[in-house]
Design a protein around this ligand. Structure first.
Ligand code: NAD
Ligand code: UD1
Length: 336
């Protein structure tokens, strides 16, 4: 199939483009590099030895979208483009509502115009808020605690409304748990600018001695060792989940929300210790107070993904830690 991938130069998008190309799909990437870098395009071609079309531009530019749909025979869309920093969304909510909502609305209008009605959307486990029961099933109650999460929930609702209005749409809402790791080649991965908010990028910066030590946000949660528990998923497994979702939208109509996680919860200290042991490196850490807004535990029930998508995460926590560090080493070599 020919697939338009918005935000395809980003962390999850780039890994997904690689797996789509590996699976034999044709890919058109649209990205404005607001949170990514041009160099990733070469890396994707280097990994796959395949080429794809790239358009630099904004999903909010409807004329550009129309041109793309006119020129390319797009059959389905994977919509990654959007802003994702929770803290920034609290400080600057309009930036998030504008980019995340408006770009989705523009995209849907143009898809409608060109009768392209197959869509895979990047949602997030953040739509479950503070879960009252674990594991989290797709029909668990939904709520949000910050504008970023609210944009995801609002977009899910918009997409459900699209299907009510026109039953020929086929939409999958993929609710990602905590994607970490990198492609095994070390050529693509996650490298946020500045001080990272999320755990794995922070650990990697400590490993690289860019930051002196990890701050562990609380060890008094009701979990096995008191630190927060999350469902970390290797980004390549996540990317393969998108390939499976594309197969699904090809065959079925309607809208489905599907969790993409491993179904296993690991604590902050589990992740630190795995990272230390697979990479033979020490990660100094200090326990500090809880981060406001954090929840104790969050992990997915993954039977729906297995049933509908015939997909299951394959890579374990050690591979996630190994590939995250390998990416750093490869980047360091390339920059020398
Ligand atoms: P990312 O920031 O690395 O990738 C997003 C890409 O979209 C970037 O390349 C950016 O330049 C581009 N972009 C943003 N706004 C754009 C616009 N208006 N027009 C064109 N391009 C635009 O983020 P990611 O981690 O790859 O996440 C991808 C999607 O998955 C996002 O929607 C995010 O909210 C969602 N998600 C991410 C996580 C996570 O932990 N990384 C978890 C759950 C959901
Ligand atoms: C983050 C996002 C959430 C998103 C999810 C999946 C925030 C506030 N929330 O949540 O919206 O859906 O990723 O990508 O960014 N931790 C530390 N020290 C650190 C960083 C984190 O101890 O320096 C702990 C946290 O308290 C948590 C765990 O590590 O227990 C994971 O944190 P993080 O990687 O930020 O992910 P989430 O909190 O799950």
């Amino acid at each position: 199939m020919k697939i338009l991938v918005t935000g395809g130069a980003g962390y999850i998008g780039s890994h997904t483009v690689v797996e789509l190309l590996n699976a034999g799909h044709e890919v058109v990437v649209l990205d404005n590099f607001s949170n990514s870098n041009e160099s990733v395009l070469n890396s994707m071609e280097q990994i796959t030895q395949k080429s794809f079309s790239f358009i630099r531009g904004d999903v909010q530019d409807k004329d550009l979208l129309k041109k793309i749909f006119e020129q390319e025979q797009i059959e389905a869309v994977i919509h990654f483009a959007g802003f994702k920093a929770v803290g920034e969304s609290v400080l600057n909510p309009l930036k998030y509502y504008e980019n995340n909502l408006f770009s989705t609305i523009c995209l849907l209008e143009v898809m409608n115009l060109f009768h392209v009605k197959k869509l895979v959307f990047s949602s997030s486990a953040t739509v479950y808020g503070n879960p009252s029961k674990l594991p989290i099933f797709e029909d668990s109650s939904l709520s949000t605690t910050n504008p970023y999460g609210t944009t995801k929930l609002m977009i899910e609702q918009i997409l459900r409304d699209m299907v009510v209005a026109d039953a020929t749409w086929s939409i999958v809402l993929l609710r990602y748990f905590n994607p970490i790791g990198a492609h095994e080649s070390g050529l693509i991965g996650e490298n946020p600018n500045g001080i990272p908010n999320n755990l794995m990028p922070y650990i990697v910066k400590v490993a690289n001695q860019e930051l002196p030590q990890l701050q562990v946000f609380g060890n008094d949660y009701d979990t096995k060792d008191g630190t927060g528990v999350r469902d970390y998923i290797h980004v390549v497994d996540l990317a393969l989940g998108h390939v499976a979702a594309i197969d699904y939208v090809k065959r079925y109509q309607g809208v489905e929300a599907i969790n993409l996680g491993t179904g296993h919860g690991y604590s902050v200290l589990d992740l630190v210790h795995s990272f230390e042991s697979v990479n033979h490196i020490s990660i100094p850490y200090q326990i500090v107070p809880r981060r406001p807004g954090d929840i104790a535990s969050c992990y997915a029930d993954v039977t729906k993904a297995q049933k509908l998508l015939n997909w299951k995460a394959q890579k374990d926590i050690n591979m996630m830690c190994k590939d995250a560090y390998h990416y750093l080493e490869v980047q360091k070599k390339q920059n020398h």
